[in-house]
Design a protein around this ligand. Structure first.
Ligand code: F6P
Length: 345
């Protein structure tokens, strides 16, 4: 957040010019958990549309951690200028273990009260929504709407979460680069992508990058069958064998899988772990637009009296889903894509 454009809490919030809807005088916005490209576009949309409703807007820095510590800044239209194209979150983010305690959440509630903030938009993944659900449940807790943002794409109630599209394109670019060398110097390649509990990034990268296999947390991996398949392909003249591995898809990750396959086939291999490069970078057009739509939808939901819901996009339409439903289970993988993966490799 540019220090010149945003003032600290001691400063007064921008004057309220218009009618105050549904008793809200001020709202807060925060990003929490693992960051995702497009979060800034969502912050921008929330701030600008809320200002349009005539309320003051505070940015909460460092997620729930900053909320408990009253690390808030008053935001105006200009505070969120020139951020739509940036990865990360200008508000910062955190995982906040203290917020899991009731005492921590009560502290947060008192901070909101002291700032006159009756409504909150939280931008993040499942953990963020669990936090919001607990905050809303407090006696005197704020009204709250969530915007799904996680590169993992594991949230129910939306066809895609903010950041996923950018992350799979980042992973795909890396895969394409590796493919060039894999076709030139014939080694086996294992590429580990993010996804501790969820294989969406691995599956999309595997299909989109023409990998030999995608190793997913959701499905068991048969190492013998994988070796057999690679052997068959190599015997048929295939060059540049690449296996995409979700970080939670195999015990020990791509490093361990490569070791086992390499030993069984007696072939040399290389491992690339893409790691956090998938979380950063310029958000794609699709993530920016989605974030803008959902940011505005979250504010609209708040001002129409909704609380405890997430806004999402299903079949290209904006919908709302109660927190409970959105986080009850992980969003499952597309079975047709899993089939495609083995059909086309
Ligand atoms: O953002 C979600 C995620 O990317 C997971 O796929 C991954 O396991 C996790 O974050 C890793 O994040 P960190 O190392 O920051 O805890």
């Amino acid at each position: 957040m540019s220090a010149t454009k945003a003032k600290r809490t001691s400063a007064r919030a921008a004057p309220v010019r218009r009618r105050q809807a549904r008793g809200l005088e001020a709202i807060g916005v925060l990003t929490s958990g693992g960051d995702a490209p497009g979060m800034n576009a969502a912050i921008r949309a929330v701030v600008r549309s809320a200002l349009g409703h005539g309320v003051a807007v505070f940015g909460v820095q460092r997620g729930y951690e900053g909320l408990m510590e009253a690390d808030l800044i008053a935001l105006n239209r200009r505070s969120v200028g020139n951020i739509i194209q940036r990865g990360g979150s200008v508000l910062g983010s955190s995982r906040a273990p203290k917020f899991r305690t009731k005492a921590g959440r009560q502290k947060a509630r008192r901070v909101l009260e002291a700032h006159g903030i009756g409504g909150l938009v939280v931008i993040g993944g499942g953990g963020t929504m669990r936090g919001a659900r607990a905050l809303v449940a407090l006696d005197g807790g704020p009204v709250c709407v969530a915007v799904p943002a996680t590169i993992d794409n594991d949230i129910c109630g939306t066809d895609r979460s903010i950041g996923f599209d950018t992350a799979i394109n980042t992973a795909l670019n890396a895969l394409d680069n590796i493919r060039d060398t894999a076709h030139t110097v014939e080694l086996l390649h294992f590429v580990e992508v993010m996804g501790r509990d969820c294989g969406w990034i691995a599956l999309m990268t595997g299909v989109g990058g023409g990998a030999e296999a995608a190793i997913l947390p959701e499905t068991p991996t048969d190492v013998d069958a994988l070796c057999h398949r690679i052997d068959e392909r190599l015997s048929a003249g295939k060059r540049g064998v690449i296996v995409v591995v979700a970080e939670g898809g195999f015990d020990g990750g791509a490093t361990q899988l490569a070791k086992e396959v390499g030993a069984q086939l007696k072939l040399e291999y290389r491992v690339n772990i893409l790691g956090h490069i998938q979380r950063g970078g310029q958000p794609s057009a699709s993530d920016r637009v989605l974030a803008s739509q959902l940011g505005v939808a979250a504010v609209d939901a708040l001002f129409s009296g909704r609380t405890g819901v997430m806004v999402g996009e299903v079949d290209r339409r904006v919908v709302t889903t109660p927190f409970d439903e959105a986080i009850r289970r992980r969003r499952g993988l597309d079975r047709d894509l899993i089939r495609l993966m083995s059909l086309l490799a």
